[in-house]
Ligand binder design. Structure first.
Ligand SMILES: [Zn+2]
Ligand SMILES: [Zn+2]
Length: 246
């Protein structure tokens, strides 16, 4: 049986411990895209893979998941994509029985005009995966801001693919040095213009004769422009509160 941790989700297991392992320099050299979005995607993949395994195989996890009312719809669908029909059937039978008993209790105790909301669907404020995303963003951005304090760090960053616009906003909010803020904004403007130029070249080389002249950067500029503007596809939760998930 998993331990109950006061004030904390019990389905959020080992994923937190690894957050101090960030190697900013290595990430900036290796990752072709926003390093924060990439890290979040990797952490969520581990989290979902682990959770779906536990839900498929462990009765106590199924009960915990049901008692916590699972995840927000955005992340519950992501979890489902990691699960088999058998795994979903096992975990959601416990879940549905639990919600059914909540509804019956509400029906028995409510007056004709119940003032209290049902609260049987999670939102970002209570979803463990949303919390995980928020914590990774917070820790990574703090590490990255420290890394950018010296000129060598800024040079390494300038050679990388930089962060997406959403994470740039968060980064600028925690960087206090005006020099670093100016560097980040000019650097991002340069990147956006470079991608814009790659997009134009991609369009202009679409005729059969010139398609072979497309560079690798021009070929994936459309994908990089989306990641730059929107962040990673699986990163932005459709939360209904402010802050980094809003
Ligand atoms: Zn990002
Ligand atoms: Zn969520």
């Amino acid at each position: 049986m998993k331990e109950r941790v006061a004030g904390k989700s019990r389905i959020l297991t080992g994923a937190e411990a690894k957050q101090e392992e960030f190697n900013i320099e290595q990430d900036l050299r290796k990752i072709r895209g926003c390093p924060i979005c990439t890290k979040i995607t990797d952490f969520l993949a581990d989290f979902f893979a682990h959770l779906q395994y536990e839900l498929s195989n462990d009765e106590s996890t199924r009960h915990i998941y049901a008692e916590e009312l699972g995840l927000c719809p955005f992340h519950a669908w992501q979890l489902a994509s990691f699960s088999s029909p058998l795994g979903i059937s096992r975990s959601y039978s416990t879940f549905l029985d639990h919600v059914a008993s909540i509804l019956v209790t509400c029906a028995e105790t409510s007056s004709n005009s119940p003032e209290k909301a049902l609260n049987v669907v999670k939102d970002s404020a209570t979803c463990s995966a949303c919390h995980l995303v928020e914590r990774i963003e917070e820790v990574y951005i703090r590490h990255l801001a420290l890394f950018l304090k010296d000129a060598d760090g800024r040079q390494t960053y300038a050679r990388s693919h930089g962060v997406c616009l959403r994470h740039l906003e968060q980064l600028v909010n925690v960087v206090f040095s005006p020099v670093t803020v100016r560097f980040l904004l000019r650097d991002e403007a340069k990147r956006l213009r470079r991608i814009s130029s790659d997009l134009r070249n991609y369009v202009s080389k679409q005729d059969a004769l010139r398609r072979d002249l497309l560079t690798d950067d021009e070929k994936d500029a459309y994908r990089r422009s989306l990641v730059k503007i929107l962040g990673g596809r699986n990163v932005c939760a459709h939360g209904n509160r402010g802050g980094s998930l809003g």
